[in-house]
Design a protein around this ligand. Sequence first.
Ligand code: FEO
Length: 396
Amino acid sequence: MKPIEIAKGIYDVGVNDWNISDFHGYSTPYGTSYNAFLIIDDKIALIDTVKAGFIDELFYNISKVVDPKKIDLIVSNHTEMDHSGSLARVMHRIGQDKPVYCSTMGEKNLGLHFRQKLNLQAVKTGQELSLGKRTLTFLETRMVHWPDSMFTYLKEDKILFSSDGFGQHYAGCEKFDDQIGDAIMPHAKKYFANILLLYASLIKKLVQKVTELGLKIDMICPDHGIIWRRDPGKIIDAYLRWSDQETKKKAIVLYDTMWHSTEMMANSIASGISAEGVDVRPMYLRKWHRSDIMTEVLDAKAVVVGSPTLNNNLFPSLADILTYMKGLKPKNKIGAAFGSYGWSGEAVKLIEQELTTMNFELISPGLKVHYVPGDEHLDACYDFGRKIGEAIGKAS
Ligand code: FEO
């Protein structure tokens, strides 16, 4: 794509990665973008770079606006390689001695990534840098998404360059929220649930800090996906809601199955939950990717988990999703476990241990069925589901 002038003299020179489908374990069927922003002023600044492998497209885009050698400085808002992977080669092309502004942790982390001499200039929250007619203000945003993360605010244009914050893994011909509308929100939600949920409390404080500072924001430019210009408040409000981990009258029943017994149980449990007026979705682990499951977990009140017992243990796909979920620390959940077994039947107990570790409130002792459920067992699963649905209703 050609560069896009997002405001007078300010360009998105980033690139779309249409073909990426797995972003370090996060499914990206819509690809992603590595946004980078060029500000033309008395000094020319490039905010962030792109993933290694996309540098030629970055320079093609920059060259449509200005000779890359005229870039005076780089701002590195985040060290992760999707934004800094081409930094060393960018510096080689524009001039090795030119300054790279980054947070204090960015100075450390860029050093650990590139292990070569870069002119790193550490900045702190509130520090300003004049470009001539415009001023950049830096805001450290630790753990959104790495310790080195920061936002950069362009005062005169009221633009917040927010790095991973408010981003979405989405590659499209649209560049702005007004071009895509609400269709972008599920992508933003998935991004939050899988990348930022662990840091929800810090995000809440960060949004409050931005409000306290009284920053007027006309446009939010994340490093992934579309730019928020029609209604930046919409994504800020969504972040506040997601950070609070507000839940809906909703349950997911996630499970794997070997010979359909646990699947039959899952469907009966879901049917019982639904009978209590709860929005419920069974999610079969060999159909749904862990990152799509986490997106549904974000606003679900209950997470009901089923596994057959395999070799005295959980089915491996359950170990995967429970490990992943535990790392992201979802809160305010009700949980329950179920599964069929042949001889020893440890899986249900192991699921309950995992749910307890995550501070989920267990609604009922786990439900086990020996080999294949009969009608009476499916009735018991339905009643188990009703009990869970009832608890969700009381908690909502
Ligand atoms: Fe888009 Fe944390 O990198």
